[in-house]
Ligand binder design. Sequence first.
Ligand SMILES: [Zn+2]
Length: 327
Amino acid sequence: MGEVHEHQSTIAMLRARRIDTDPHEILRAEDIPTRRHEWTDAPLRCSDCDAVVQPVYSPPKERRPPVRPYFRRKPYRDGGNEHEAGCIFNIDERIRVISDSSADTLVRDRPRDGRPQYRLVLPEAFGPSARYESIGGGSRTVADKLTTVLNTATKIAALIEDYADRDVDPNIEWVAECRGERVPWLHFLYTPQRIFNLRSRLRPDGTDLAHPVAVIFLAQKSPRNKSPRPRSDSYRAASYALLPEPDEPHQERLYVTGKSDLIEHAFADGLGRFYIAYGMWRRSTHQFLDAPRLRLRVDHLTQVARIPDTIGSVAPTRWKDWRRTRT
Ligand SMILES: [Zn+2]
């Protein structure tokens, strides 16, 4: 992946380290407008490693949105001066690791404006989906690919949370590609703090999504089937409480439904864990449960994947604390 290195991202850092002071002074980006002149010749380093950094500041101009001051890694003509491999600001290395295990489903684009863009390509056959349509021919290949894509999406989501938690703008644009259409990342993947956005996007009258979306949620419990009639296709569900709207006293819930053995398999790792589920989510109301819901009916096991522990602790902590991190 030498390509990644041709296209170093300019991650915006809010802290820098001045190494000619003892102890090293931690400089804040918000002080750049007033103090940058005293730092002109000072040796500044990344707050987390020894990469040389410099302050970036554009004084506010009329008719232009203000640009927040930041520190960035100083680009060297001959390369070098990279963040160290383990540094959180080494985003190119972190993306390389994700990309290497993405089976080429994560593609780097070269947009004209220079901001690095990565595109996650979703498998075609999960495309136009009637409500009860199975995935059909070639399902094995599609299924394998979908698992890889969901794992990759999860890693990207965790990466985004890592930076958000440190109030860092990684200056990367993420998009998903569904059926040849580019979909903004925030319209493709919904984390717990944004599940209500999906609910708002879907109208209660049953308006459908134009493409499948992925939702990360904490699987909490399987409510009893309150249907008075036994069903051949019995529903089990995982649920997630959504923030109620002012005129809605009930908490929204998120349900993943399907044939009971399929759901059993999909949630075999147990409840109280985060999962990602992909497909044509719908907003529905159910008279038995007396609450409007988001619902995904899954027809294939690979539409649900457990979020592995290897993504670290920052993202799950933020997802659990979704009321605080809601933006
Ligand atoms: Zn660094």
